[in-house]
Design a protein around this ligand. Sequence first.
Ligand code: HEC
Ligand code: HEC
Length: 259
Amino acid sequence: MTFIVRQIAVTADGREIIRANPFADPQIGVGRNAENAIHLPDLAVNPEHAVIRRLDDGQIEIESISGQKFSIDGRDKMSATVEPAKGAELGFGGHVITVSQDSEDVILTVKRVEALSDSAEDREEGALYTLKGLLPGKRISAWSFVGLALAAFLIWPIYTWATYRGVEERPDQFHADTMWSSGALSDAHHSLEGDCQACHVDAFVTVTDKTCLNCHEDDAHDHAKPDRLLTAMGDPEGLERVSAAFAAAFNKPRGRCVE
Ligand code: HEC
Ligand code: HEC
């Protein structure tokens, strides 16, 4: 007859891992110390809490050697005898040891019944520091921030563009459409700083050659003819052809004045 200790551990996702170890000794220890055959990492358990020994009549005896009690089928005891075939449940702190018999062997199944981080104390502490209840739900917050971002970076700039459209000189204040600005104007165009609409005629329509020609009618300085410039550039190749096709679809044909 041997003791077989089956340790059951539960993983985070709820799976049970069972490890079984046979012990041929007539007496095994139960306690927090790792030397014990039944090692219970539990502060409510004494380092050398109790021993379990086989009696000649096939029964087993559980005896406390620490002066601290254990429970058997819910009742606190200092010592007890159990008939393995009948079975019993021993309680040590947050652990339960189920006694059973398999042919000749006494099976001691060890399982933690109280999860480590699930004590009432921990739960209360968690509730103490949470902002749940004070703040609106995550979904509402997320949508509010989306709305806020759209209002600040889309609706406000469009409003600015619409209200100052065709205005010769924009008042000297913050204009929301500058949030989209790709940078300062060139020195030559510095005087147009207050009149973005001179070039950006329509919202979401890129600056066209026609706009440049409004001011640069025939004083386009030293310029070759646009079609000759295009020939000199050569045809786009590979991925460039894809991006050129996209640009053309969005009103940015190759060989613009901007290029
Ligand atoms: C002299 C003409 C001119 C003026 C004036 C001008 N821009 Fe532009 N802007 C351009 C050109 C050209 C581009 C590049 C367009 C392209 O590559 O398709 C551009 C690009 C931009 C872009 C990037 C988005 C886009 O359409 O490509 C923003 C934003 C922008 N300008 C804002 C402004 C603001 C704000 C002002 C006024 C302070 C301003 N611009 C005045 C000619 C001008
Ligand atoms: C509102 C009128 C106006 C518009 C629209 C305009 N420009 Fe100008 N541009 C000027 C003025 C004024 C100058 C400075 C005088 C000059 O050099 O002719 C200038 C200067 C330039 C210069 C500098 C020339 C140099 O010698 O330094 C270039 C390049 C230029 N513009 C290109 C463009 C392009 C490209 C566009 C179209 C995206 C454009 N401009 C749209 C008024 C305009």
